[in-house]
Design a protein around this ligand. Sequence first.
Ligand code: ADP
Ligand code: ASP
Ligand code: MG
Length: 411
Amino acid sequence: MALIVQKYGGTSVGNIERIKNVAKRVARTRSQGNRVVVVLSAMSGETNRLVALTNECGEFPVGREYDAVVSTGEQVTIGLLALILGEMGCQARSFMGHQVPIITDSRFGSARIEEIKPDNLMRELDKGVVAVVAGFQGVDTDGNITTLGRGGSDTTAVALAAALKADLCEIYTDVEGVYTTDPNICTDARKLEKVSYDEMLEMASLGAKVLQTRSVEFAKKYDVPVMVRSSFNDAPGTLVCKEDEDMEKVVVSGVTYNKDEAKISVLRVPDRPGIAALLFKPLTEAGINVDMIVQNISHDSHTDMTFTVTKTDYKRALKLVKEIGDKIEAKEVVGDPNIAKVSIVGAGMRSHAGVASRMFEVLAQEGINIMMISTSEIKISCVVDIKYTELAVRVLHKEFGLGKDDIGEEK
Ligand code: ADP
Ligand code: ASP
Ligand code: MG
């Protein structure tokens, strides 16, 4: 008898009809003799609606009460699915994060799972009951409700699979698997049969939101095989697993984009030791993560510094940096939320030269200005105007031969 964790995303539970559809799949898996844990997201659009409500109540609504509000969408879907399963004669019981319990730290809005106590779930599973767990939420050691960051239900599912030593973790979503790029903006995107934890980690952290980054970190750490597939059909999905021999060895394996960042520039700062520390330390202390950083060459002992933060942190960061800017005698602090980061990812880049220049050339041919660049061994990212995101993704996808019709071409 296998233990299977199935996670269904927002679109898959977007209305009662869809939840009934999920119930059929869950009941089928149960009737095949498996022990089943289901993790659900809120109905699609619901978490956005809740976040918008909190924004109407304060300037920077993060913290305990933000989590108390935005976690509620999942309580509705788990209750509804458990009700429907019961009606169908399939015994089921809903669990909020604190009822499992899923214990996290107290970083409201982006808490990390520290421990999952499996006994309550195991007791139900042993009786043949399907456990329906709310994704995205946990509880800290003081009993406060916490949330795991947007897209966090994926992490709930993989962490549960690890804690329960599940045989498989299935992530059901609105696309058939992990593709070479977002299939919703590039119709030529190709579904991958398998992808290694490392490549998936890179793709997720660069914006491929089909899996939350932390869920892939968990999967890699605890060796949980993750199958990403559609909740709307039975097409085979993509297996995220350890790298193996027959995985495709290509230079560029995927193109990603992230519209969730904004950039802040500090102009004409005196160029002297310690300025970067003065600028970034208060941001770190405020819990604001900085992603890309670029510093211009110094002219007449002054320099410009530009960096990116998430859109959620943008207003808070801009306010803070304006205060610091005054102290360090910067001429001006300007912000721009209308940017996107477009990246190419691939383990094969390690051993191939010239990939970056090809990327820059293709973007130039389309008249797309590159505002910032950052590279690592296996990725290159460029910040561009948000209005060019889709165009940039499509031309890069084509340039590196990733399309359905390009198989066998030089990559
Ligand atoms: P869910 O609500 O099921 O968690 P998400 O919206 O979080 O779904 O993630 C699925 C979406 O991820 C897809 O609809 C697709 O637009 C997007 N996506 C981005 N990059 C990729 C990729 N490389 N492969 C598959 N989907 C991707
Ligand atoms: N409902 C949460 C969100 O929209 C968590 C998730 O869907 O994974 O971010
Ligand atoms: Mg998601």
